[in-house]
Design a protein around this ligand. Structure first.
Ligand code: HEM
Length: 376
């Protein structure tokens, strides 16, 4: 199909091609992340509601650069690398807890709980509050499908209220902890965020809370999908599973290829700030542009035999973590969790093979690509 096309039904543009998306993501001046600018006022949540406004993912240069420097000075590669032993211990703990069960279900037994526990511990919330975090995570993900814009406005208002409740609870909770860390620093990410300082600037409290929430939003279910999708690929390609088992150093390449073939965040939104030419078509100013990362990752112009799972693609310039100034800040953590969990699964399961009597289920949301049930 075409690399760029207008969808009259949705009133927005779709970009499917790899070189075209490369261009879009590399040009934040023409393709803004502040998509609210093109959303009709009637679709906006009311002022008191929580919105993604103010999140780093929605912010353009030059403010984006300042914010990104500050959060990355707290959420460093070293902070992530130091988590390795803890992630391994948690993986074993979760697998032990599921050991006596008749059936091991990868998503609920490991892939869903692991990232949310890691994020909660990283931030430094008390382990007794893990259950709260899990509840908010559950509520936020379920809510995704529930707010429907084409409903009567009173119904939509009720839906919105139900959706906003966990957001509100969570931001109040995190704001409380952030304030507490200002008074009493600890060895955790919340403390590093409240103390972060770059060029004399610090993060305001609401940005500390926003970033903490974003870690859960952007870093939880995506990592869940990464784990499930990787196991799915190794189930479908037993010879690749054998190779990964024999050569553990190849696991990172296995994970990258699973990210390409089953791209967790299949689509990102951008808004044009001016008229732009892309892939031979002209997109006017102030248009919503859907960036289909999942489609670009299967573009045959970039990836020969794109539907095949081939961890030996080299290079593998997939766009699963985005590209450019908004490139996923959590990529090192997602890759680390994937590598550790997959290694331990290979150690503990003689064969990773899906149960033929228990079909694999996918998340039914078009912008997400991931298994939600995978029994071994
Ligand atoms: C940004 C994907 C895991 C935190 C992004 C973007 C993508 C992405 C595509 C770019 C968004 C854009 O350009 O609009 C993924 C995938 C993951 C993953 C596929 C797992 C396999 C994580 C984790 C964390 C995280 C584990 C943190 C704990 C972030 C943050 C941003 C981001 C903070 C915003 C960066 C910015 O706007 O400058 N992610 N992500 N992600 N991700 Fe991830």
């Amino acid at each position: 199909g075409p690399a760029v096309e207008f969808s009259a039904d949705a009133g927005m543009w779709n970009v499917y091609g790899h070189p075209e998306l490369h261009e879009v993501l590399g040009d934040p001046a023409a393709f803004s992340s502040d998509t609210m600018r093109v959303v009709p006022a009637s679709m906006m949540p009311s002022k008191d509601d929580f919105s993604l406004d103010g999140f780093i993912t929605q912010i353009d240069p030059p403010e984006h650069g300042k914010l990104r420097k500050l959060v990355s000075s707290a959420f460093t590669r070293k902070v992530v690398a130091d988590l390795e032993p803890r992630i391994a211990a948690l993986t074993h703990e979760l697998l032990d807890a599921a050991r006596d069960r008749e059936r091991f279900e990868l998503v609920s037994d490991l892939a869903y709980p692991l990232p949310v526990i890691v994020i909660a511990e990283l931030l430094g919330v008390p382990s007794g509050d893990r259950a709260l975090f899990k509840r908010w995570a559950d509520a936020l993900f379920q809510s995704d499908a529930k707010v429907s814009v084409n409903r009567p406005s009173d119904e939509r208002e009720a839906e919105l209220q139900a959706v906003m409740k966990p957001w509100k609870e969570m931001s109040d909770y995190l704001a409380g902890h952030a304030a507490q860390r200002r008074r009493q620093p600890r060895a955790d990410l919340l403390t590093r965020l409240v103390e972060a300082e770059v060029d004399g600037e610090r993060l305001p409290d609401d940005q500390v809370v926003n970033f903490a929430i974003l870690l859960l939003l952007a870093g939880h279910i995506t990592t869940t999908m990464l784990l499930g999708n990787t196991v799915l690929c190794l189930d479908a390609y037993p010879e690749q599973q054998d190779r990964a088992r024999a050569d553990r150093a190849s696991i990172p390449a296995v994970i990258e290829e699973a990210l390409r073939l089953f791209t967790p965040f299949a689509a990102l939104g951008r808004a044009t700030t001016r008229e732009v030419k892309l892939g031979g078509v002209t997109i006017p100013a102030d248009q919503m542009v859907m960036c289909w990362l999942g489609a670009a990752n299967r573009d045959p112009r970039q990836f020969p035999d794109p539907e095949a799972f081939d961890p030996h693609r080299d290079p593998n310039p997939h766009l699963a973590f985005g590209r450019g100034i908004h490139f996923c800040l959590g990529a090192p953590l997602a890759r680390l969790e994937g590598r550790i969990a997959l290694n331990i699964l290979l150690d503990r399961f003689e064969r990773l093979r899906t149960d033929p009597d228990d079909p694999v289920l996918f998340i039914p949301t078009p912008t997400l690509t991931g298994v939600r049930r995978l029994a071994l």
